[in-house]
Design a protein around this ligand. Structure first.
Ligand code: SF4
Length: 236
């Protein structure tokens, strides 16, 4: 199964900018962006980010406000603060053996950096990889990580897999099955998440008062804004 998968990947693998590097900083940036944002939206933002801050040291030295501004529009802005803190920690003390010690880095992101940057023999299990493994009932080596991700993202789709185009179809016990729609992500419109995003946008644009107080308090707690003498601003 794995050989067939790898042959398919050679022909059909996605050419993603973060696959052209083994720099752990660049891999980390891509993985943090991809945590909650789709690949097509991440690509231009990743390229702009790397052009602006090409190294971990450059990001660590950047003002927090600039980092938050650059993140605008990617959503879940807390990730920007965590990424900035992680860069500062790495610049100070190097990459830790346990990458989950870095702010905003969970088990999956740590495994992805270990695999794609450091070449370690770990298989990062994201949603796509898990789905292909579960459905095909096969085991795969860490070398197949990127191929599994692409198969899950483009062929072994969540609801209606494209089994006719799948290199694992011969011998896949789930071939031809259909799946129930996944639970939809909670609505953004009218949510507290939207109020926070709008408030942060206003603060980034220079508004310091007359803001949604609840949203400001929540943003301040996450280190995304500072409140001094009742006025909100991006962290200095
Ligand atoms: S045959 Fe279908 S269900 Fe099985 S791994 Fe391929 S796309 Fe997924």
């Amino acid at each position: 199964m794995e050989e067939r998968l790898l042959r398919w990947f050679e022909e059909n693998g996605r050419d993603l900018p973060w696959r052209r590097t083994r720099d752990p900083y660049r891999i980390l940036v891509s993985e943090v962006m991809l945590q909650q944002t789709q690949v097509p939206r991440v690509i231009p933002r990743y390229l702009a980010w790397i052009e602006r801050w090409p190294t971990v040291e450059a990001l660590a030295a950047a003002p927090r406000a600039a980092v938050i501004r650059e993140w605008q529009g990617l959503g879940y802005n807390r990730r920007a603060v965590s990424l900035h803190r992680a860069a500062q920690r790495v610049t100070r003390s190097g990459w830790p053996d346990d990458l989950t010690e870095l702010p905003g880095v969970g088990a999956y992101t740590a495994a992805a950096v270990r695999r794609f940057a450091f070449g370690e023999a770990v298989l990062p299990l994201d949603t796509n990889v898990r789905r292909v493994i579960e459905r095909s009932g096969s085991e795969f080596e860490p070398e197949a990580a990127a191929a599994l991700m692409d198969l899950g993202a483009t062929v072994c789709l969540a609801r209606i897999p494209r089994c006719a185009a799948c290199p694992l179809a011969d011998g896949c016990p789930s071939r031809g099955r259909r799946y129930e729609p996944l639970r939809k992500q909670s609505r953004f419109e009218g949510s507290f998440r939207q109020r926070r995003a709008e408030t942060l946008r206003l603060v980034a644009a220079g508004r310091s008062s007359g803001l949604d107080e609840e949203a400001v308090a929540s943003l301040a707690q996450d280190g995304l804004v500072e409140v001094r003498a009742g006025l909100a601003r991006l962290p200095q």
